[in-house]
Write a protein that binds this ligand. Structure first.
Ligand SMILES: Cc1cc2nc3c(=O)[nH]c(=O)nc-3n(C[C@H](O)[C@H](O)[C@H](O)COP(=O)(O)OP(=O)(O)OC[C@H]3O[C@@H](n4cnc5c(N)ncnc54)[C@H](O)[C@@H]3O)c2cc1C
Length: 752
């Protein structure tokens, strides 16, 4: 007799789904537990909590009902995004691990071991699953705590980005959109390509070039720059100015999304503008790593903080790493120059949003040091607040080309790359360089890779292209430059090593007043009290946090579905602060030979963790001093703080929470970590044994090959690294110009 076909409650979202029917059904039940449909009793409790906490402009009850009724499995965009994330961005060995866990959970013995009962998770009630997950979060077995963190963070972040019901109920007004944006959209809907609808940049179209007999399209240039971000952009601008008689091409694996269509919504933004669609994690899954991958690289999506490398760190680079230039007047001039081009100015007069005002007030009240944060904003910074505010991370809509008073962020697409464009440089987007090519003597002769005409073509596909060049500048960023070098056969011991990630933990808080945290400049004040905790320049800075629905709230603790839905509904009363460590200890980028992609090996060391813990505690104190109503400690097992009227009881409660936090500490499994700044994987050094390239960014092992991006740094910058990276790129570009002119027998000084 044939076995009856099993029917699953949750069907696979697509034919390409990496999981089989049974695995997906199990996974879906796990996800659903984090954001499920609430019961009528829970819905009533949710509403009560909402109207108690959100007194300013509460939304209509119907919106709360829809939100309470929603399970994340009802949200088609959630299903699509989870499916494509697993298909395209999770390495095969990690998928295999997840499948093994799902298979084990589907056996009686496995279920018994993981859940304490032989009944599989999908036959248990949601409430039973919830209790199991809460027990996982505190389990002795590290693997269970890891599972809780991994499944929970995927479910929470992807759902919060995708759920219109959440956005509406939480009072999130959506994404600002300009009239020019609407017009450009209309033109594209009428059939125009992105480039036609937006004339700022035009890119090479290789479709018209016939491939050679070996199927490879060949093009040529004099100088090739790989990567259009902070490093590559600056080099392109400088070289076209100094060497107008040379052909220059900038290639970028990402695509240009024109400024006046910005910002994208968060869901599209991460997919289109970020490395691995914003899903990249370190190997053990303990930290999410964000990096820009679009025209303009990180400069297009970063938050505009424009510190120069501090004198103390420059001294360290000079004395400890033998990079004497770091303390030179000429390097100072490089940082001043890029700051001037980026119109960097202090944020003094403009209004702070509530998150930044809390840092200012709390720092004052605690007697701690703080600094106003310089930003690369065009014209008047207050204009920035009005037109763009806190949406830089999904690109800046103020970055249009028409008016100088608009207050747009001065990403390299508006400065150096525009200069290169005007001087005749060629640009190729959608070109993913796989390796560099050298002649027998070790001179670089060009780069090969795959070209996609359009972002809708899957990454890793496209036409084979070889670009010949006499000089190559690799500016693929800290995550990618070492991968390109390794794939090209370079062997220097430092390639990929010395990876610094500026590990970040978060401090979300709730305020009685409406904060509308998606408004206002993301970072306008920083608490700098803890920047030198070891008397050797390692410590922590506290800054504001981007508060888009997914990213801004992902670190809110999950203590059961109802509690989580309650917290999320307080979104417009929340703030969040990032606590950024200048990491002393490093990780590594390694090449995954199967995929040809880089893998990030990094664990926050106990030394760096201790700095983060102390500063998290002082940031909680800072928020409490500034008047926060509640603080949601994003560490599993540590209770949240809600202010009590009786000040003695309040102090006692707060002290107990701090004591618990000290006991639990910040482990890889109990704390959500993030990284937005990557540095150091092709460090400069005075000899081949101490660095991948010399102090002018020239790669020791080969000729004609230079590096100009954040990977050059010998240690963490400590401050947000855009200006340091651009300053280094300016420095490398000046050296490269001198080299070329020397080779040509021309006077270098007159050309710089
Ligand atoms: C969300 C976020 C916010 C940030 N905010 C700030 C801030 O406020 N202030 C600050 O100082 N810093 C900030 N940063 C960091 C800053 O943007 C980076 O340090 C900086 O962009 C690094 O410059 P880079 O040239 O090394 O790399 P990137 O700017 O990342 O550029 C590298 C480019 O190379 C391309 N590329 C990579 N590999 C290849 C390949 N094989 N072929 C072709 N192209 C390739 C990538 O797609 C990318 O566009 C932020 C970063 C993030 C992610």
């Amino acid at each position: 007799m044939a076995t009856p076909a099993v029917t699953y409650r949750f069907k696979r979202p697509s034919d390409g789904c990496v999981f089989d029917d049974a695995q997906w059904n199990m996974l879906a039940h796990i996800f659903e537990t984090f954001v499920p449909t609430l019961t009528p009793e829970e819905t009533a409790e949710l509403k009560k909590d909402y109207y108690q906490n959100v007194k300013v402009n509460p939304v209509d009850e119907k919106l709360i009902d829809a939100y309470a009724q929603e399970s994340l499995m009802d949200v088609p965009e959630f299903l699509e995004d989870v499916d494509t994330t697993f298909q395209n961005h999770v390495p095969a060995d990690k998928i295999a691990e997840i499948k093994t866990v799902l298979n084990i959970l589907d056996t009686r013995l496995g279920s018994l071991a993981f859940t304490g009962s032989t009944i599989p998770l999908y036959e248990k009630t949601r409430q039973e699953r919830e209790q199991i997950f809460l027990s996982w979060s505190l389990a002795r077995m590290v693997a269970l705590r890891k599972l809780f963190k991994a499944f929970g963070s995927i479910a929470k972040m992807i759902w919060a980005r995708a759920s219109n019901n959440f956005h509406a109920a939480a009072g999130f007004p959506g994404y600002p959109f300009t009239r020019e944006g609407e017009e450009a959209l209309k033109r594209t809907q009428e059939g125009a390509s992105i480039a036609e609808a937006n004339p700022e940049y035009t890119f090479e179209d290789l479709n018209s070039i016939e491939a050679a007999a070996d199927g490879v399209i060949q093009i040529s240039t004099d100088i090739l720059i790989i990567g259009s971000g902070c490093g590559g952009g600056v080099v392109a601008g400088h070289l076209t100015r100094a060497l107008p008689h040379h052909k220059l091409m900038v290639v970028e694996k990402g695509f240009w999304y024109p400024n006046h269509k910005q910002p994208l919504n968060e869901r599209d933004g991460v997919k289109k503008l970020y490395e691995e669609a914003g899903t990249l994690q370190v190997n053990d899954g303990s930290m999410v790593v964000f990096a820009g991958s679009t025209w303009g690289g990180g400069s297009t999506i970063n938050w505009g903080v424009s510190w120069q490398l501090p004198a103390r760190t420059r001294k360290e680079w000079s004395e400890k790493f033998g990079l004497k230039f770091a303390e030179s007047l000429e390097f100072q001039d490089c940082m001043d120059h890029v700051s001037q081009i980026g119109q960097v100015k202090p944020w003094l007069e403009a209004e702070h949003n509530i998150s930044n005002a809390a840092i200012l007030k709390g720092s004052h009240l605690m007697g701690e040091g703080y600094l106003s944060v310089p930003q690369n904003i065009e014209g008047d910074p207050t204009a920035h607040n009005k037109i763009c505010g806190a949406f830089c991370s999904i690109s800046c809509k103020g970055a249009g080309t028409d008016s100088p008073s608009r207050g747009g962020k001065m990403s390299v697409t508006r400065t150096y790359l525009a200069e290169a464009r005007d001087a005749g440089a060629k640009f190729l987007q959608g070109f993913d360089v796989s390796k560099l090519v050298f002649d027998k003597k070790g001179n670089v002769t060009g780069a090969e890779g795959l070209w996609r005409a359009d972002p809708s073509e899957p990454a890793g596909t496209g036409k084979k292209v070889f670009i010949t060049a006499k000089k190559v500048v690799c500016s693929g960023g800290t995550l990618n430059t070492p991968v390109i070098l390794l794939k090209s056969g370079l062997r220097n011991w430092w390639i990929g090593r010395n990876l610094h990630l500026h590990p970040v933990v978060f401090c979300p808080a709730q305020w009685k007043e409406e904060t509308r945290p998606w408004e206002g400049s993301i970072i306008s004040v920083a608490n700098t009290e803890h920047t030198n905790l070891d008397n050797d320049g390692h410590g922590v800075v506290v800054e504001g946090m981007l508060m888009l629905p997914g990213l801004g709230n992902v670190c809110l603790p999950w203590n059961g579905a109802l509690e989580y839905k309650k917290l999320m509904l307080r979104y417009k009363h929340l703030t969040n602060h990032v606590i950024i460590a200048r990491d002393r200890d490093a990780g590594r980028i390694i090449l995954d030979p199967k995929t040809g992609k880089g893998r990030v090996e990094y664990v926050v060391s106990p030394f760096d963790r201790s700095h983060l813990l102390e500063t998290l505690i002082s940031t909680m104190k800072l928020n409490r001093a500034a008047g926060a109503h509640a603080i949601f400690v994003p560490v599993v097992g540590v209770p949240s703080y809600t202010r009590l009227e009786d000040s003695e009881a309040d102090q006692k409660q707060f002290d107990e929470i701090i004591a618990t936090l000290r006991r639990t500490g910040l482990t890889a499994e109990n704390t959500p970590y993030g990284s937005a700044h990557q540095m150091g994987t092709c460090r400069m050094g005075p000899t081949y044994r101490t660095g991948v390239c010399n102090e002018k960014g020239k790669v020791w092992e080969k000729q004609g090959l230079y590096i100009a991006d954040a990977s050059l740094m010998p240690a963490s910058s400590g401050v947000n690294p855009m200006i340091t990276t651009q300053g280094l790129a300016e420095w490398v570009a000046r050296g490269l110009v001198a080299d070329i002119l020397k080779e040509e027998g021309t006077d270098a000084k007159s050309k710089l």
